[in-house]
Design a binder for this molecule. Structure first.
Ligand SMILES: Cc1cc2nc3c(=O)[nH]c(=O)nc-3n(C[C@H](O)[C@H](O)[C@H](O)COP(=O)(O)OP(=O)(O)OC[C@H]3O[C@@H](n4cnc5c(N)ncnc54)[C@H](O)[C@@H]3O)c2cc1C
Ligand code: FES
Length: 256
């Protein structure tokens, strides 16, 4: 798949809640190329510390801009959280295989997101705005600090349901509490992104109900291009790289 390396200017870096940031970059060529589920590999610092780029799903891509929605968890993402308007970042992308677009016959589309795993579903819901299927987002955050406004999803015709571990927002419990209760219409497709145990639970739910779907997997990455094999995961077809063969895999393909 074709990709470019570009210098992207920071348009805005907005703190969304105690944990998440929304970074908007000016990257016209990249914005035209991105498909839902693909990611960009960002050099977060000009020097060699940290040495490796950090991967982030594209949250939105339009009007010459690319957005990522990220959580400041460690060295790289904390540096990214400090980026200001007019700073520049070296960005490589778009990388990886996108989600498969649902066919016209699909009646229900369920996005299942754990925490910041929600990121790829915004650009996906932008693209699917006109799709006639009922669209739902089941979002699980740890606590209020990991929740955010669902208004943009709602504008795209997505019904949003929230669960938090402590019940401070929405239903109390894991996101699995939400998907256990969904009405399973025929021709339902599930798309999941989040922590591995959540994806494993979604995959076993889909298997039980005979549903198809895909998951975007996360692994610590180095090259991001399928060369170092550092991000390999076990699948029903042997080891595959998350960066090049994925990050999107069929739900029944990943061995947990
Ligand atoms: C395809 C893909 C898409 C991603 N999209 C997003 C996104 O949209 N928003 C977002 O906030 N994060 C996303 N991530 C995770 C993000 O890449 C990591 O949080 C980031 O690289 C951590 O870098 P750091 O320097 O801040 O943390 P480090 O200091 O390197 O590590 C801090 C902690 O994060 C863990 N970690 C490091 N890299 C990853 C990784 N690649 N995946 C999971 N855990 C990791 C480490 O094991 C450690 O526990 C994505 C990861 C992948 C593989
Ligand atoms: S990060 Fe090198 S092969 Fe995936």
């Amino acid at each position: 798949m074709h990709q470019i390396q570009t210098t992207a200017k920071v348009i805005a870096n907005q703190k969304v809640n105690d944990a998440y940031y929304l970074l908007t970059l000016s990257a016209p060529a990249l914005a035209k190329m991105v498909k839902p589920g693909q990611f960009i590999h960002i050099r977060v610092n000009e020097g060699f510390e940290p040495f490796f780029r950090r991967p982030f799903s594209v949250y939105r891509a339009k009007k010459g801009q690319v957005q990522i929605f990220f959580e400041a968890v460690g060295r790289g993402s904390k540096l990214l959280a400090r980026k200001k308007k007019n700073d520049t970042l070296d960005v490589l992308g778009p990388l990886g295989q996108p989600f498969t677009m649902p066919g016209k016959g699909v009646q229900q589309i369920v996005f299942v997101a754990g925490g910041i795993g929600v990121a790829p579903f915004m650009v996906f819901s932008d693209i699917l705005k006109k799709h006639k299927a009922r669209k739902m987002l089941l979002y699980g955050g740890r606590a209020r600090a990991h929740t955010f406004s669902m208004a943009e999803f709602k504008k795209n015709g997505v019904e949003a349901f929230v669960a938090t571990d402590d019940g401070s927002v929405g239903v109390k419990g894991r996101v699995s509490e939400l998907f256990k209760n969904i009405e399973v219409a025929p021709f339902t497709l599930i798309y999941a992104c989040g922590p591995k145990p959540m994806i494993a639970a979604v995959a076993s739910f889909a298997k039980e109900r005979g549903l198809k779907g895909e998951a975007s997997m996360e692994e610590v990455m180095a090259c991001g291009l399928g060369a170092c094999l550092g991000c390999s995961i076990l699948t029903t077809q042997g080891y595959k790289t998350v960066c090049h063969d994925g990050p999107v895999f069929a739900l029944d393909e990943v061995i947990f």
